[in-house]
Design a protein around this ligand. Structure first.
Ligand SMILES: [Zn+2]
Length: 394
């Protein structure tokens, strides 16, 4: 005998006294079947209900043919009385999102010729996929207005069972039934808007959606994905955005109407500072280059804390302009956390290969890198404080 699905007979049943008729295990997860279950199993795009059976958490609910398996946090024995309690908030939330989907799907098909091809109900938003091109923002807001007008109209949402043969006489939107379906079919009707086959859970009046917000419409699998929020999710999102706004207000020291002005000012200032930094670095590179070029010997090396790869290149250029026969080796360190960088370069009249020096310094630094001919570069590691790059000339 199929398990009695109370969520169809009495969707408001949140606490049910029933019996465990069978207990088992699947892939190491214990499950039970109930004589009558208020738990909706995952299906039709709607996630499974949650709650407890005899105080044990129900972590998932799945259909297996005509049976409903309740997966539990820990095993329960079969053949005993059991109290099943639903997570009522989660159920109501799913019912709101799912019924909003019915209304949106029907409205888009009937009035705008847009067929729904998929439905997804996630933790934070729900979405449908529809045929056609991505609508403009104005069109999307138009759909939102129409949908909320239906919510205000507040038609009843009714379910009933009909024999499959009787369906032909009815203006049913979707006639698709699961493979191998036999017996009566469950119809869900939003009076004056939608008549559809569905096994999910719904609100009983469309007004219970309170409000539907269409988040956005983006291209998806040859059609369009429309994300939406219904009921409490709209308020949750609103509260998140208000908290975000309050945080920005406190940090920027101004109201939201001036946010973009403040950011523009910051950006301009940032560009000015970046320019100034480049000028100062060029000056510093010249000074350092001249200083280093004045040192004796063919190998000129220096550790430059705070210098990045760009400054190393500028310093090396300034040195070799003055000492074309020399080899210059520079180790810098920038970023947060600090990260080493290495540059070894020979002048046009210097040795043709610096890889031996490059490899030695790279490994001492603990960096990754390599090079060819007169140029060798590395990144990463830390240079040991106070250590010279080259042994002093004898
Ligand atoms: Zn439904």
């Amino acid at each position: 005998m199929p398990d009695r699905r109370l969520y169809h007979e009495d969707p408001a049943a949140m606490r049910v006294e029933t019996r465990i008729v069978e207990a088992g295990e699947l892939d190491g997860r214990p499950w039970v079947r109930l004589e009558a279950t208020p738990f909706y199993p995952e299906g039709g795009g709607q996630p499974a209900d949650r709650g407890t059976i005899e105080g044990v958490a129900v972590v998932d609910v799945r259909s297996r043919g005509a049976e409903v398996l309740h997966f539990l946090e820990r095993p329960l024995p079969a053949g005993v009385a059991a109290v099943a309690v639903l997570d009522a908030d989660r159920r109501f939330d799913h019912s709101q999102q799912h019924t909003a989907q019915h209304a949106l799907t029907a409205l888009l098909l009937e009035r705008h010729g847009r067929r729904t091809t998929a439905f997804h109900l996630g933790e934070t938003y729900a979405a449908i996929e529809i045929a056609g091109n991505v609508p403009s923002e104005q069109t999307l807001r138009g759909w939102e207005i129409e949908l909320n007008a239906e919510v205000r109209r507040d038609p009843p949402v009714r379910t009933r069972w009909v024999e499959p043969e009787a369906m032909a006489e009815l203006p049913v939107r979707s006639r698709g039934l699961p493979d191998g379906h036999t017996g009566p079919v469950r119809l869900v009707e939003i009076e004056g808007l939608d008549l559809n086959t569905c096994g999910g859970t719904h609100v009983v009046h469309l007004g219970q959606l309170q409000l539907v917000h269409l988040l956005d419409a983006t291209p998806a699998r040859g059609g369009v994905r429309v994300r939406f929020l219904a009921g409490n999710r709209v308020f949750r999102r609103l509260h998140e955005m208000l908290a975000l706004e309050a945080g920005l207000k406190a940090r920027l020291g101004t109201g939201p109407e001036e946010f973009s002005q403040v950011l523009e000012k910051w950006q301009t200032e940032r560009q000015r500072l970046a320019r100034r930094v480049r000028e100062l670095e060029a000056e510093r590179a010249e000074t350092l280059g001249a200083e280093l070029a004045a040192e004796p010997g063919p190998h000129l090396g220096r550790f430059l804390p705070g210098a990045g790869p760009e400054l190393l290149r500028a310093v090396a250029g300034a040195v070799l302009e003055r000492r074309p026969e020399a080899v210059v080796a520079l180790v810098g360190e920038d970023g947060d956390p600090p990260q080493g960088c290495l540059l070894v370069q020979a002048g046009p009249h210097g040795p043709e290969d610096v890889s031996e020096i490059g490899v030695r310094l790279r490994d001492r630094l603990g960096a990754k890198g390599g090079g060819r001919g007169r140029n060798f570069q590395g990144r990463g590691g830390r240079w040991p404080t106070g250590e010279p790059l080259f042994e002093p000339e004898p």
